[in-house]
Design a protein around this ligand. Structure first.
Ligand code: SF4
Ligand code: SF4
Length: 437
């Protein structure tokens, strides 16, 4: 039977064989962690601790000041050395809590719930919010917000996203292989929180063994595993909903506009741990890979661990490495400082020795960027409008619908930095809108 997928997209080399068979290893907590108070979509958390405080692992050290924000927790026990600016993987330094690890790993009290499935939706969502959970696929959107859509947007389907379509990343694959029961239980909690009818766990066909394992553990009739064609960006929410349910999220809309909540498998496991064990989000699984890493691995890492510590654990950087990316090669962010820490949204760390950037040529109107754009946009035209400052035209042609997947730039024979132009356009249009409000 033909497997489901979405229109357009690309087939970049997978590279997953480098780490797919590497079981998750625990990276020992470092001597110092640097925990940014802004690691999520929305406003930064406000500090709850000060220099000299003694704190426990799992203690709340930053409080969300608004709905679109997330609490932040200590990832080790010890003493607060500073609450000040520190390099951040997304660019400029942000306020961070530096903790000297006392090596005790003493934890704050965690309230276990023996039967979490008996909790009310409100209590499930409260526990998710208290744990500071955000989307672990990379977007870091506050999960409690996603679990509480407006009353006039009923949810019928939960999609658990195990596609992990970015090349080289295998952290979600390892989670599905090593923690299938926890993922299924977390999915059921999401269903109970949203009052949905069914759960679809979606996995690409380059991970069929994980799909089979998950399917073998399912006991409820309302949970299904669906194997999709391996194609990038299959895991983007709108593509996933279209492929699985043939529902199109409207322009500027969100999955709940079509009755759906999508959660990544790592987030789903974190939800289980938060609700069942009262465990805050202070660690996550990442893939460390690329030609510049001597020993590629999948690692369970404490939030706030410096990139240097992670790289050292994987054998250091090989000579000639000139590119370090946080996330996958398609949508990841180039790193500039090895003191920057692992944050909640870090799915991977990839190191490469790349040749000098290729020359940029004029557009030859080949149409490949249009042919591959999963959002049905016209990237070449958008880039032109943005270059010349035609903001209204760029918006009318749908620039704000761009998910920054990079398919256009990957396909462009003229090596035009289409995504950079589009990002600039999106940021400028958003800033102009804020000014006029
Ligand atoms: S225009 Fe945006 S959504 Fe379309 S291919 Fe380019 S980056 Fe992806
Ligand atoms: S792929 Fe590149 S060269 Fe071809 S139309 Fe798009 S921008 Fe122009």
């Amino acid at each position: 039977m033909k497997k489901k997928t979405f229109p357009r997209g690309i087939h970049p080399p997978g590279g997953k064989e480098w780490t797919a068979d590497k079981a998750i290893e625990v990276l020992p907590p470092p001597e110092k962690v640097y925990i940014p108070l802004h690691q999520h979509f929305g406003q930064p958390a406000q500090p709850l601790v000060k220099k000299g405080d003694t704190i426990l692992r799992g203690q709340k050290i930053g409080k969300a000041p608004a709905l679109f924000s997330a609490d932040v927790h200590a990832s080790v026990s010890g003493k607060v050395l500073a609450v000040d600016g520190h390099p951040h993987p997304l660019g400029k330094p942000v306020l961070a809590v530096t903790i000297a690890n006392d090596g005790q790993d003493s934890s704050s009290d965690e309230e276990e719930i023996p039967d979490p499935f008996s909790l009310s939706p409100e209590e499930i969502i409260r526990r998710v919010k208290e744990a500071g959970i955000v989307g672990l696929g990379g977007a870091a959107f506050p999960t409690a917000v996603k679990l509480a859509p407006p009353a006039d947007k009923p949810i019928d389907t939960i999609i658990i996203n195990g596609c992990e379509c970015e090349p080289f990343l295998t952290s979600d694959y390892r989670l599905m292989k090593e923690y299938p029961e926890e993922i299924i239980s977390g999915a059921e909690l999401i269903r109970l929180a949203t009052n949905a009818k069914q759960i679809i766990i979606s996995v690409e066909d380059n991970k069929e063994d994980a799909a089979e394992l998950l399917a073998s553990k399912i006991q409820e009739k309302h949970i299904f595993v669906e194997v999709l064609t391996t194609k990038y960006p299959q895991g983007a929410e709108k593509n996933l909903i279209l492929a699985l349910l043939k529902r199109e999220v409207p322009r500027g809309g969100l999955p709940f506009d079509v009755g759906v909540v999508v959660q990544n498998v790592g987030t789903t496991k974190a939800i289980w741990e938060a609700v069942r064990f009262g465990r805050p989000l202070y660690q996550r699984v990442i893939t460390v890979s690329g030609s510049g890493i001597p020993e590629p691995k999948n690692l369970l890492v404490r939030i706030g661990t410096p990139l240097q510590t992670v790289i050292d654990f994987c054998g250091g950087l090989k000579e000639g490495v000139n590119c370090l990316i946080m996330g996958g090669p398609m949508m990841g962010i180039t790193q500039w400082n090895l003191e920057a820490p692992i944050i909640k949204g870090t799915s991977g760390l990839l190191a490469w020795s790349l040749p000098p950037a290729s020359q940029v040529f004029d557009c030859i109107r080949c149409g490949r960027c249009v042919e591959h754009c999963p959002m049905g946009l016209t990237p070449t035209q958008l880039a032109k409008y943005i270059q010349f400052g035609f903001w209204d035209e760029a918006e009318a042609w749908g620039v704000l619908d761009c998910v920054e997947c990079g398919c256009c730039q990957y396909s462009c024979p003229a090596a035009i930095p289409l995504v950079q132009w589009i990002r600039l356009g999106k940021a400028t249009i958003s800033a102009l809108k804020r000014k006029t409000v």
